[in-house]
Design a protein around this ligand. Structure first.
Ligand code: FES
Length: 140
């Protein structure tokens, strides 16, 4: 049986995942185009990873210590993604004008949801759930 690639997921993987989850394949059709939730390493869970004043609107920064890229795609909305490019593992650059660019081969990711805007990366950056506490951006 041949596998048909669908973004980062093979048809076989989609069907297997759907069967395990008890959901239809249609609900998983976005795989590869939208970010998945990142597994939060215990070392950063509940930690302040950045201060709101450090993250410009439309831009952001890479927190090297945690390998996380933090963005503020619109005023007061903060996002965090893994900073490891899904192409070949380089660390992505800081977001500019709503785009996270990988310096190695030029992949571009949307700073709003981590989705791929331009390859060669074929999978989105995984997203962390964050909340604000005062001016602290905290990974949950
Ligand atoms: S490693 Fe990021 S584009 Fe190749």
């Amino acid at each position: 049986m041949s596998e048909e690639a669908v973004g980062c997921c093979s048809r076989r993987r989609l069907l297997g995942t759907a069967a395990l989850a008890g959901v239809g394949v249609i609900g998983l059709g976005a795989c590869g185009t939208r970010s998945a939730k990142a597994i939060v390493p215990p070392a950063i869970k509940g930690k302040v990873i950045a201060r709101t004043g450090e993250i410009p609107v439309g831009g952001g920064k890479v927190i090297d210590k945690w390998k996380i890229v933090v963005a503020q795609p619109s005023q007061g909305t903060f996002k965090a993604f893994t900073a490891t490019c899904t192409h070949q593992g380089c660390t992505v650059g800081s977001p500019e004008d709503g785009v996270i660019t990988c310096p190695c081969h030029g992949s571009e990711f949307n700073a709003t949801d981590g989705s791929v805007k331009q390859g060669p990366a074929g999978a989105p950056l995984q997203e962390f759930t964050v909340r604000l506490q005062g001016d602290g951006i905290i990974v949950e």
